[in-house]
Design a protein around this ligand. Structure first.
Ligand code: CP
Length: 320
């Protein structure tokens, strides 16, 4: 997949996953996001993507990702087209390839794709015309690379660029989470000091240990001295059958309460990609409390998505 993402000269052509990224490439995107955030503070527009057309193709629900992608394209002066999938010709049986071809015939430059099927964004990228880019906005349980980049941006903002100093815990439904997969890859590329993956056994794939992570069944043990805790939602929509006795039991064992958070370092940041299930994986007092950076994650998504779009479309300078 990394050969599909990067052109032979190393230029990012599509963003489908964190596969094949080097630390410097991630930091360069985050640096660019930082620059764009200061240039567009107060919602000022930049002309970087003037004349380009961005199509937002969300076959699955979204609030944060879709809105920040569309806002980001608009802040960079692109024309933005949102395909209303529910009323589109896909509902008459049109294939993904025919949908892609029809949109390409309108000279679109960039597709932002969310789909319930793992691999859908890669499928689009493999069939896209030369010069057309595809960004994965979340495909099944496979990957959510811009979420991982905005999470790394948020961690770097609070904890600095030396990820080797950090102890990070990711807690919850790791089995069904594309955010977890992409965060684990990104943290591993950036050389995180210690990565703890925490959850019920049925939701904690052994394969994640390949990234040098430690697997924990006990949240209290795993939280000890953490610098960063990333909480995940139970992805009921991707579960077939019962993985858990009840949500109440889940909260008692894996919910992040104020008293549990005290086991982490006092300046530990609490993250969540959203949407949250308050009272299931996280207490409201923690989600809205002083350690939470959950709202910052959403704001950072805008800057990171601007950086990714400007990069894949080859807009090389941040203009004043
Ligand atoms: N984090 C995330 O993907 O949220 P949305 O589903 O609201 O886009």
């Amino acid at each position: 997949m990394s050969r599909l993402q990067f052109a032979p000269d190393g230029q990012l052509r599509h963003l489908l996953s964190i596969d094949g990224f080097k630390p410097a490439q991630i930091h360069a995107l985050l640096d660019r996001a930082e620059g764009l955030r200061s240039s567009t503070g107060g919602a000022r527009k930049l002309p970087l993507l003037r004349g380009k057309t961005v199509v937002s193709l969300f076959f699955e629900n979204s609030t944060r990702t879709r809105t920040t992608f569309e806002l980001a394209a608009s802040r960079l002066s692109a024309d933005v087209v949102t395909l209303d999938v529910a009323s589109s010709s896909t509902k008459k049986g049109e294939s993904l390839l025919d949908t892609l071809a029809a949109l390409e015939a309108m000279n679109c430059d960039l597709f932002v794709v969310r789909h319930a099927a793992s691999g859908a964004a890669e499928f689009f990228a493999r069939h896209a015309a030369a010069g057309v880019s595809v960004l994965n906005a979340g495909d099944g349980r496979h990957a959510h690379p811009t979420q991982a980049l905005l999470d790394m941006f948020t961690i770097r903002q609070h904890k600095g660029a030396d990820f080797g100093q950090l102890r990070v815990a990711i807690v919850g439904d790791l089995l069904h989470s594309r955010v977890a997969r992409s965060d684990i890859q990104a943290l591993s590329v950036l050389g995180v000091g210690e990565l703890r993956l925490v959850g019920p056994r049925a939701l904690l794939p052994d394969a994640f240990a390949d990234f040098g992570a430690s697997l924990y069944g006990d949240l209290d043990l795993a939280l000890k001295d953490c610098d960063v805790v990333i909480m995940l939602r139970l992805q009921r929509e991707r579960m077939r059958g019962a993985f858990l006795p009840s949500e109440g039991e889940y909260y008692r064992r894996y919910g992040l309460s104020e008293s549990r958070l005290k086991l982490a370092k006092p300046d530990c940041i609490v993250m969540h990609p959203g949407p949250m299930n308050r009272g299931v994986e996280i207490a409201s007092s923690v989600a809205d409390g002083p350690n939470s950076v959950i709202q910052e994650q959403v704001s950072n998504g805008l800057a990171v998505r601007m950086a990714v779009m400007a990069t894949v479309l080859g807009a090389r300078t941040v203009q004043p």
